[in-house]
Ligand binder design. Structure first.
Ligand code: AMP
Ligand code: MG
Length: 487
């Protein structure tokens, strides 16, 4: 266990120089105080969880203090936003404080979001509000607990600093952890500004630090791109299988590591709805739930375009062609497991699709359906779940197919079925209304609800005592919350 002043820094991205990032000091928040910290994320830095409660912790992550070895930098990047190219974006309100090594030899970027203005702030104020910082914190840690690759969050620090959005709110900072903060948009920036030397430097940096195994391949850059395609296919398969809607899949929000990144108006589905749009400024539904799959490929094509100086167009196209089949395979594998199946049959895809159609038509709760399906033997579970469906004949036909399929799958005990299914079907997910309750309390100075919710979501598959209220469908007011996109 380390104390806060014992972190070991090695700031490799900062060393790339001023073409890649700009030195900027954090702008402190007034009266910084700890809102919530993640013990699991603290462990990634070998930090004793108790240090989160010390005043220096809130000072460090509220922008008042810095380690001597930290080198705070705002990164430059660009990206495609809603399909159109924006020539310059960059860290407008976040700073890469430095890169820290843990005892296991892993390194973690410390990124402080909401740290004040930078040369890339454009019209923004450089700040993040408490509401959006809590949402990012809860989502990062909840996705990780579900097994969905994501950036992590160490803590949220709140303050008295007024920040103006639609109304006056309070500023906050979230400390984000990731092995890299390089986005697709980093490559696009150097490609479109025609800076081949820097682009090559960036590509070498990412290859050497994050894809070293690709060095051994005959075409290292191509191998790296393939790996990025594969990781994105797997990440998006997990989003779809668990009902996660990102909301702003612009290429500046896509990580080069294939992790979920930059949380804004995201949402988990309550009722299953393939057409769900969580971002209320997304009028055309570009980033609707089901569109996440083709958009994943679109984003990878945008990255491929930026990699044309290193890889032939034919090879890039071939690698892009891997995306859909890989996505399909991961998705189907997860959905089979969610249905409690251990073997594969040709008709499984149709079985899943038919179920989703029925759920869509009846507005069935996506998370609870699968959890309850695993509570009991298949034949019994479907009779109990039947009442949730409007099209009873349709559901009965599906249920008959499903129970026959389960019978063919193999002989296992009720206990085995339950354990296997509960291990992949969460009881607790970050429903928007749960986040909203925690935010409302935190905005009035009570952080206990954020902390409790974080705790519950860190063990999403494990039934926990005394927290039944977190495993329920939303009340009417919480069903279609409009989450403000201004964050
Ligand atoms: P986002 O939609 O949060 O991914 O942000 C898109 C771009 O706008 C990034 O370059 C952000 O750094 C920048 N940005 C978002 N909010 C602010 C803000 N309040 N102040 C300055 N820049 C911001
Ligand atoms: Mg962003």
């Amino acid at each position: 266990m380390k104390a806060l002043d014992e972190l070991t820094f090695d700031n490799r991205f900062a060393r790339l120089g001023d073409a890649f990032s700009t030195h900027v000091l954090p702008e402190p928040l007034d009266a910084p105080r700890l809102v919530v910290a993640s013990d699991a994320a603290m462990a990634l830095l070998d930090l004793d969880p108790a240090v989160a409660e010390t005043p220096v912790f809130a000072e460090l992550f509220g922008g008042h203090k810095l380690w001597a070895e930290a080198e705070p930098r705002a990164m430059v990047y660009s990206g495609h936003q809603f399909g159109g190219y924006t020539p310059q974006l960059g860290d407008g309100r976040g700073l890469l404080l430095g890169e820290v090594y843990n005892q296991a030899g892993e390194h973690w970027d410390l990124h402080l979001k909401g740290a004040g203005m930078t040369p890339y702030s454009r019209m923004g104020d450089g700040r993040a509000v408490l509401r959006s910082s809590i949402r990012e914190f809860l989502a990062s840690e909840a996705l990780h607990a579900l097994g969905i690759p994501s950036s992590r969050a160490l803590c949220v620090v709140g303050s008295d600093t007024p920040v103006w959005r639609e109304k006056q709110e309070r500023g906050a900072m979230v400390l984000r952890l990731a092995h890299s903060h390089v986005r697709f948009g980093h490559f696009e920036y150097f490609y479109y500004t025609k800076k081949p030397e820097q682009q090559a430097q960036l590509a070498e940096h990412v290859l050497n630090l994050h894809y070293p195994e690709c060095r051994e391949q005959p075409e290292p850059y191509l191998a790296m791109f393939r790996e990025i395609v594969e990781r994105n296919a797997e990440m998006i398969a997990k989003w779809q299988a668990y009902g996660f809607c990102h909301g702003v899949m612009n290429t500046d929000n896509m990580s080069i590591l294939g992790i979920t990144f930059d949380f804004g108006p995201f949402a988990f589905l309550d009722d299953f709805d393939a057409h769900f749009i969580c971002n209320h400024s997304d009028h055309e539904g570009r980033y609707s739930f089901s569109n996440q799959v083709p958009i994943g490929q679109w984003n990878l094509s945008a990255l491929a375009q930026a990699l044309t100086p290193f890889i032939s167009v034919d090879a890039l196209k071939e690698a892009l062609g891997l995306y859909l089949p890989l996505y399909q395979a991961h998705y189907l594998d997860l959905m089979r497991r969610r249905l409690g199946l251990t073997t594969a049959e040709d008709d499984d895809q149709a079985l899943v699709e038919r179920l989703l159609k029925l759920m869509q038509n009846s507005g069935v709760d996506y998370t609870l359906f699968f959890r309850r399906l695993g509570d009991e033997p298949a034949a019994l579970a479907v009779t109990r779940l039947r009442d949730d469906f409007v099209d009873l004949a349709g559901f009965d036909a599906w249920a008959e197919r499903y129970t026959a399929r389960v019978a063919r799958d193999g002989a296992y005990t009720e206990e085995q079925r339950r354990a296997r299914m509960h291990a992949v079907n969460p009881l607790y997910i970050l429903r928007n209304y749960l986040a909203q309750n925690a935010i409302t309390a935190a905005e009035s100075g009570d952080y206990s609800e954020v902390r409790r919710l974080h705790e519950v979501l860190s063990k999403p598959f494990e039934e926990q005592a005394g927290v039944e209220q977190y495993a329920q469908r939303p009340p009417d007011w919480g069903k279609h919350l409009e989450i403000s996109c201004s964050s």
